[in-house]
Design a protein around this ligand. Structure first.
Ligand code: ZN
Length: 148
């Protein structure tokens, strides 16, 4: 939660630790023992705010092959623009990141959903142990099933 009221012009830095509690809020049972550090640099300009969002950490997931635990790194960095009002930015506004639209009266910025989505997006589609490092018991069972 960033308080936008009375925020001075210039750059402000925020750091949050996103633990498992944070991910549990979104009901994602795919991610366990999450530990992610979120760093946000917010630059307040005259008519908008620019954010640089970085996520770094890891979560525990299940290996897609052996179902064993596997720690997956999270490494994400992206620019975000905050635009007040409902107007879509004009074309001359150069923009290569995401845009979050805010009501001009909004006093607080809640980045939870954005941070959660970004963390999920940064995960690989598949979580697999490196070749040969899967749970040997499961490997055996998988091999048996494949033969049958
Ligand atoms: Zn595995």
């Amino acid at each position: 939660m960033i308080s936008l009221k009375g925020l001075a012009a210039g750059v402000h830095h925020y750091v949050w630790t996103l633990g498992q509690d944070f991910f549990d809020q979104f009901g994602n049972r795919d991610l366990r023992e999450a530990h992610v550090e979120a760093r946000v640099a917010l630059e307040k300009q005259a008519d908008r705010m620019m954010l640089e969002v970085a996520l770094e950490g890891s979560v525990l997931r299940s290996c897609d092959r052996c179902l064993g635990d596997i720690r997956v790194p999270i490494d994400y960095c992206a620019p975000v623009a905050l635009q007040f009002g409902k107007n879509i930015p004009t074309e001359d506004w150069e923009q290569d990141g995401e845009i979050i639209l805010l009501e001009p009266t909004e006093a607080e910025l809640d980045l939870s959903q954005y941070l959660y989505d970004s963390a999920c997006v940064s995960l690989p589609l598949q979580s697999l142990h490196p070749q040969g490092q899967c749970d040997p018991e499961m490997e055996k069972k998988i091999a048996e099933l494949t033969v049958n």
